[in-house]
Design a protein. Structure first.
Length: 417
């Protein structure tokens, strides 16, 4: 199917109408032009928008992916300006039928006296769309297979193969009873792989990049919830609970997002087992021990100089030293070293670690620059290869096009009268 990209200029009412149709089609009832102008070039649409009078109004340029329908081809040949196609409003239904993707706002002109309550409604509509584009980008970075989710992923009628956590051969209650006999973290990981997780779920975890472990917060309502219900709630096996607190590799390196009960530690151990990246086997283990020893010595000397027991500090003493602790943290670059330890634990290359830390240490005044560099850092922990980088750049550009519109509405709404 041959497709092409075109651009339309619409007003705020038409944008709200798009929201009602989940940004898949234009409303035949709301479009206010008797003739609809379809632009072949983005800049021409933006230049046209700049000529609009917008004191009390807001207008958008929207990008639309459509099939190369004969209608547009013929009308382009008939118009003097082949970069702008004017079609009667009666053709809108045909136009809608040939839209093949989400309609995306990419440029905005806000009147200085525009109603801020209306701006808030527009902002809310675009924020939801913005999240979809961000999720597409992050899913690409989080999967070795470079999965690109379809735009209808969040639609109620979207169907995909089930993502069940547990295997189908045993009911959850039976698995939960067997889990009470587990005494160690390693046993729990083997139990998950062999008895609990479906082949698809094991495959999905194997497909996850390092990024999913660096930014493990996304697991809280996913596998971590499953682990809390399976291994912790109603489980009074003291040997197992003790093993969570004494699991030597993770206690030594202090790398995991622990979770409410320790489920984050098990999720991390599971990921490492499936990726053959157990801490005791990694090539960077000696460097990690060296850095951890240095950090421990820094803090031990700090407390020793003040005649304090590092393991028994009262609230009153902590209040007296907390500013000095923060200064120590900054002067000794503890945050950077802790981040480096985490990256080393995944056997990342030294060159990639240097790039990541350089981006992580930049102080930003511009939110757009910060956000761009955040994605660049994620491309490093997402292990994006050279041949995959163009797609990463494309998805990032797709996100920033709509994010910039959202940000301008947000800035306008929060600005003083």
């Amino acid at each position: 199917m041959e497709t092409t990209t075109v651009y339309l200029v619409i007003n705020d009412e038409e944008l709200i109408s798009l929201d009602k149709y989940d940004f898949y089609e234009f409303s035949t009832q709301i479009v206010n032009q008797s003739v609809i102008s379809i632009f072949r070039e983005k800049q021409l649409a933006i230049d046209t928008l700049a000529s609009y009078k917008s004191k009390n109004h807001t207008y958008f340029v929207v990008k639309v992916e459509i099939q190369e329908i004969e209608l547009l081809i013929n009308l382009t040949e008939l118009n003097d300006d082949k970069l702008q196609v004017k079609v009667p409003k009666t053709y809108l239904e045909t136009f809608n039928e040939n839209i093949v993707s989400k309609i995306k706002p990419i440029h905005i002109l806000i009147g200085k006296e525009y109603d801020k309550k209306k701006a808030e409604k527009l902002e809310q509509s675009i924020e939801l769309e913005c999240d979809i584009y961000q999720y597409r980008l992050e899913t690409f970075l989080e999967t070795k297979s470079r999965k690109i989710i379809p735009f209808n992923y969040f639609d109620s009628d979207y169907e995909e193969e089930g993502d069940e956590m547990e295997a189908s051969m045993l009911p959850f209650d039976e698995l939960k009873e067997k889990a009470k006999l587990i005494n160690t973290v390693d046993q729990a990981v083997d139990f998950l792989i062999q008895d609990c997780l479906s082949p698809k779920k094991n495959k999905d975890i194997k497909d996850q990049t390092i990024l999913t472990q660096i930014d493990a917060i996304g697991n809280h309502l996913g596998i971590n919830m499953y682990l809390r219900n399976l291994l912790f709630h109603g489980n009074d096996n003291t040997d197992f609970l003790k093993s969570i607190y004494t699991y030597e590799p993770y206690a030594t390196y202090n790398l995991t997002s622990y979770g409410e009960l320790g489920e984050g530690l098990i999720a991390e151990a599971l990921w490492r087992k499936l990726h053959r990246c157990e801490l005791e086997k990694i090539k960077n283990s000696s460097e990690i021990v060296k850095l951890n020893t240095y950090i421990d010595d820094v803090y031990e000397n700090f407390y020793k100089e003040r005649n304090l027991d590092i393991n028994n500090v009262s609230d009153a003493d902590y209040e007296l030293i907390k500013e000095d602790l923060q200064q120590l943290y900054d002067e000794k670059s503890i945050r950077e070293l802790t981040t480096k330890i985490k990256l080393l634990s995944y056997d990342m290359d030294e060159e990639d670690i240097k790039k990541y830390l350089a981006l992580d240490n930049i102080e930003y005044k511009d939110d757009d620059v910060w956000l761009n560099n955040k994605f660049e850092m994620q491309s490093i922990t997402g292990q994006v290869k050279e041949e995959e980088y163009p797609m990463f750049e494309y998805l990032k550009k797709e996100y920033f096009e709509i994010y910039n519109v959202y940000q301008k509405l947000s800035d306008f709404r929060s600005s003083k009268e």
